[in-house]
Design a protein around this ligand. Structure first.
Ligand code: SF4
Length: 675
């Protein structure tokens, strides 16, 4: 347990600062941070204005991607805050600076822990001795990661009192949370809490929510409650849930990849001993898909030995546990985890957890799926169940039909610049339904749910229909469409949506882009003005599906017919989401088309949004138009990154500047370009 916490003679648990330890204030004045780190300066909350504290410290700043190649938290801690740079581009925190500073508390401003969901960020603080994190507000996933690690979080007023020598009841730090979160924090994190549950010292009671109409997410979670009848429908024993309810739920499937598995293996061995066993490994999997192309990124060369260690530990984990093995064969990945999982083992009604924020892509299969950190994943893959707080939902009722040249990517970019920008999707399940959904094929639906994470939503979830059943049945030998359809979960009539129900007319959506450096920076292509490009990347979990390949082939084929190729000076890359997608493209003759047009075609895999794969820029002046999902500064190289649809990416590669695709556009203006 946290050494800040003491049990008094009367049994009350209180929080008290250790007088030998220090408090670090992350101030906008970076010089003041340096003086604190070197021991020249100690501050008190009473003498610091909250507006002088750094806001929006993102997880890349706390642990940049290169630090995440280490899998042991004590090694990660060596370079805590390595991403915080001064104006001259120099690190504010040197190696071991936070570790050796003797700090117990760290203080910052608004929205601590924005950006990616990486758990290494709070791990770095914890293993540097930080036991209390003070901020004006926290990003939701980061807050959850802190909870799982047993890191207490507090406010400025509490710090003032602690620095005056006051003891504060532990309950003051935990009472704003639901009962399960409170219990996890008070136990000192997820692993100690799970041990309490296993030993029978802590019980998670079934929620007592009375009968009510439920959203899709509520129904799926209710059907997975540990200790309740496993019933979906209105029969006897049906359980009910409402947003905010906390419960233990069974997990049907999950996966990790080589960037994350080593930590899972390490945590399990530490917690349960080297001979630990999983409860049921059959629906869990490991993938070798994210770092296969890192050696093609010059900046990644020094990390090759660490990457090899991650691969080795993933192989060791797979052999030790017997989870499904999607390792690369002869250097070729079977595909991106999110794509292969939806093709091969995510079923309607499943509850799925995996160690990557785009796990939400599984929602296209009518499965409830979201990403979790390594600690949470280690706990659930071991036990087969996890703890959830039922999220709120927001429903998008799709109507009409997309016009030619417009895709699901444009729809989600429109949602990002409106609903997400206004935080209406924040931490909610984005439920997609309505007659417009039926006009989108399964791959397009997966694009919508894939980018729920960019909407800062909990996940995305599509209603099932005949197309869902047929698509899954075609990929699962022995599964009939009828049996699959029988698993569909639909919302109850009258279900309540805290985020409201919003009608979206697909026919009104325009070709969109998201300008650098945030996916919510949306604009229509028409509003953009002229943007010349150097790189066009067509791939990733968002845009490496069969339908995306159809889009690329449609544009490239039309360009070839008009005597056009990829514009001189532009590099266009197409990367398949899986082997099945590659085989699909090959069978339709797309590979030959791409080759004739001057497109570089790459085997399945990714790494684009973590700076570890094809499509990553190498110089600040480079401009990329990309079909991937996120464009945060520096995440895909130093250049400027515009997000766009597969059609826009391909048309832009031909024109050499960002343009929307219109059928027949090249025939209308045949300008031959020299090869
Ligand atoms: S875009 Fe690529 S690197 Fe990013 S989550 Fe998807 S598969 Fe992983």
């Amino acid at each position: 347990m946290n050494s800040l916490v003491h049990t008094r003679a009367d049994g009350q648990r209180v929080v008290r600062l250790d007088p030998q330890k220090r408090v670090l204030f992350l101030t906008k004045d970076l010089g003041a941070i340096r003086r604190q780190l070197s021991g020249e300066l100690d501050l008190r909350m009473e003498e610091v204005e909250p507006r002088e504290l750094l806001d929006d410290i993102n997880t890349d700043v706390m642990t940049p991607a290169w630090v995440c190649f280490r899998h042991k938290p004590e090694d990660i801690a060596l370079d805590a805050y390595a991403g915080l740079m001064d104006e001259a581009g120099k690190r504010v925190f040197g190696t071991r600076a936070l570790l050796d500073g003797g700090f117990q508390v760290i203080v910052s401003g608004q929205r601590k822990g924005t950006g990616s969901s990486r758990e290494t960020a709070p791990q770095a603080e914890k293993w540097c001795g930080i036991e209390l994190v003070i901020a004006a507000s926290f990003a939701p996933i980061h807050e959850r990661n802190n909870v799982n690690l047993g890191q207490l979080m507090g406010d400025y007023g509490q710090l003032v009192r602690l620095q005056r020598g006051e003891e504060i009841p532990l309950a003051e730090f935990t009472e704003r949370y639901d009962p399960v979160t409170r219990a996890i924090l008070e136990a000192g994190g997820l692993f100690p809490f799970s041990a309490e549950v296993r030993a029978g010292r802590t019980r998670v009671p079934l929620p007592a929510t009375p009968a009510r109409p439920m959203t899709m997410a509520e129904k799926i979670l209710a059907a997975h409650l540990v200790g309740a009848e496993p019933v979906v429908g209105a029969g006897p024993g049906r359980a009910f849930l409402a947003p905010g309810d906390c419960a233990l739920v069974k997990v049907d499937a999950g996966y990790s990849h080589e960037f994350t598995t080593a930590q899972v293996h390490h945590f399990l061995a530490q917690e349960y001993g080297a001979d630990y066993r999983l409860n049921d490994p059959r629906k869990f999997a490991v993938f070798e898909d994210h770092l296969l192309y890192a050696d093609g990124v010059a900046k990644m060369a020094p990390f090759a030995p660490l990457i090899e260690t991650l691969r080795r530990l993933q192989r060791e984990f797979q052999a030790h546990t017997g989870v499904r093995d999607y390792s690369a064969r002869d250097g070729i990945s079977p595909g991106i985890c999110h794509q292969v999982a939806r093709e091969q083992f995510l079923d309607p009604g499943d509850f799925v957890q995996a160690t990557d924020s785009h796990t939400c892509m599984g929602g296209g299969n009518n499965a409830l799926a979201w990403g979790v950190g390594a600690t949470e994943y280690a706990g659930l893959v071991h036990a087969g169940f996890t703890f959830v707080r039922v999220p709120e939902s927001i429903r998008f009722e799709l109507a009409g039909k997309l016009r030619p040249g417009v895709t699901a990517k444009d729809v989600i970019l429109e949602i990002l610049r409106t609903f997400a920008k206004e935080e209406q999707t924040l931490d909610r399940v984005m439920e997609f339904g309505g007659p417009g959904l039926a006009t989108l094929d399964m791959d397009e639906r997966a694009t919508l749910t894939n980018m729920a994470t960019e909407c800062s939503a909990k996940t995305g979830l599509c209603e099932g229909d005949a197309a869902t059943a047929a698509w899954i049945a075609a990929r699962r030998p022995g599964s009939g469409a009828q049996a699959i359809a029988a698993r569909f979960v639909a919302p109850d009539p009258g279900a309540h949506y805290d985020g409201g129900v919003h009608r979206l007319d697909l026919s009104q959506i325009e070709p969109m882009v998201a300008k650098p450096s945030d996916p919510t920076n949306g604009a229509t292509v028409a509003e953009l003005g002229e943007v010349k490009i150097d790189i066009a990347y067509a791939g990733s979990c968002t845009a490496g599906k069969e339908r995306d390949l159809d889009f690329y082939a449609q544009v490239v084929g039309e360009a070839l017919e008009a005597g056009r190729r990829v514009r001189a000076g532009v590099r266009m890359l197409i990367q398949f989401g899986s082997e099945a997608v590659r085989d699909y493209a090959r069978a339709r003759g797309y590979l030959e088309l791409f080759q004739r047009a001057g497109v570089e075609v790459i085997e399945p895999g990714c790494g684009a949004c973590i700076g570890c794969g094809p499509g990553v820029s190498e110089r600040p002046e480079q401009v990329t138009v990309s079909a991937i999902n996120r464009n945060f500064t520096g995440r895909s190289g130093p250049g400027k990154l515009y997000l766009a649809s597969p059609l826009t990416v391909a048309a832009s590669a031909i024109e050499g500047k960002i343009v929307a695709y219109r059928p027949g556009m090249f025939r209308a203006r045949p300008v031959p370009v020299k090869a």
